[in-house]
Design a protein around this ligand. Structure first.
Ligand SMILES: Nc1nc2c(ncn2[C@@H]2O[C@H](COP(=O)(O)OP(=O)(O)O)[C@@H](O)[C@H]2O)c(=O)[nH]1
Ligand SMILES: [Mg+2]
Length: 301
């Protein structure tokens, strides 16, 4: 039997549902999801099997007009994720339609489209009526020659199986790229840091989630099968530290508990998670922070 394998990059505006779709395709939560924009910072690979095909989904940061160094590095990572893939899937939110952001992506899309298949996924179909969907599909297909259009709900799973089967058929023949049981290509320490960042993002308001980063400092295996995980939350301002800690430390405690529970479920064993909050005013301009996130510091220049 011939096997197939290749990369499918998911691109789109922030909040389009890229990470939700990747998790749905993989069948496990590999990439963090929140209702806030710019949650995903790096390229995250999740592996799905479909018949004899191994599909490596590449979740990318959203495409938006970058302002900060971190933003620029994120957008660069997203476009290079698309340029490295066999298939690119542009995700558009059904209820928002062709926004300015989508128009801007469509302008750049031809540059990465050469030599690869580009498909359209209209996501969040649970939020609109059918006629709206058909109009949007027609509009988008007039603007770009998509190889295929899917109408899906990444969250509810509608249309996702059909899409996965089609994607599998688009991949080149060749040996699988990862062992059969691997679902993510991201070090465990990074997955763990992302889980904590997700919990922080869900609990903190305004600009604070965008001004912090989480790193796993130490990971110690214990004889009883559990692990001790030490993480640092870097914030950029003194005032943010107090907010992250919360009154009597209640915010950081709640974050730590939620992150630990998720990590334990993911790993299937006991985890002792220790969080420390540090103020580091210039972390957004430190190359090391970027490499920890899997981003290229120079892309931010
Ligand atoms: N109603 C609805 N919401 C969705 C769907 N897919 C994703 N979402 C929500 O959209 C938000 C952004 O999702 P996320 O996957 O983080 O988007 P990303 O920024 O493109 O990675 C989250 O609150 C998701 O729960 C969907 O099919 N329907
Ligand atoms: Mg995301």
């Amino acid at each position: 039997m011939t096997t197939r394998a290749g990369f499918v990059a998911l691109i789109g505006e922030p909040n389009a549902g890229k990470s939700t779709l990747l998790n749905r395709m993989v069948g496990a939560k590999v990439s963090i999801v929140t209702h806030k924009v710019q949650t995903t910072r790096a390229r995250i690979r999740g592996v799905a099997l479909e018949g004899e095909a191994q599909i490596v989904f590449v979740d990318t940061p959203g495409l938006f007009r970058p302002r900060r160094r971190l933003d620029r590095a994120m957008v660069a990572a997203a476009w290079s994720g698309a340029a490295d893939a066999d298939v690119v899937v542009l995700m558009v939110e059904a209820h928002r339609g062709v926004t300015e952001g989508v128009e801007r992506i469509l302008e750049t899309l031809p540059e990465v489209a050469t030599g690869r298949t580009v498909a359209l996924a209209i996501n969040k179909i649970d939020r609109v009526e059918a006629p709206v969907l058909l109009g949007l599909s027609r509009d988008l297909n007039e603007r770009f020659e998509f190889a295929q259009t899917f109408m899906i709900s990444a969250e509810r799973g509608h249309g996702v199986d059909v899409m996965r089967r089609w994607l599998a058929g688009q991949l080149p023949e060749g040996p699988w790229l990862y062992p059969e049981d691997q679902i993510a290509d991201l070090p465990m320490r990074m997955i763990a840091a992302e889980m904590t960042r997700e919990k922080l993002t869900l609990r903190l308001h305004q600009e604070i989630p965008y001004q912090l980063t989480v790193e796993t400092e130490a990971w110690e295996e214990r004889k009883d099968g559990s692990a001790r995980v030490d993480q640092i939350v870097y914030v950029s301002r003194d005032g943010h530290k107090g907010i992250v800690l919360g009154n009597k430390g209640e915010t950081i405690k709640a974050v730590s508990k939620a992150a630990r529970e998720e990590l334990e479920e993911f790993m299937g064993r006991r985890i002792h998670l220790f969080l420390q909050v540090k103020v580091r005013e210039n972390w957004l301009d430190e190359a090391e922070r970027y490499s920890e996130m899997g981003l290229n510091f120079k892309d931010g220049n």
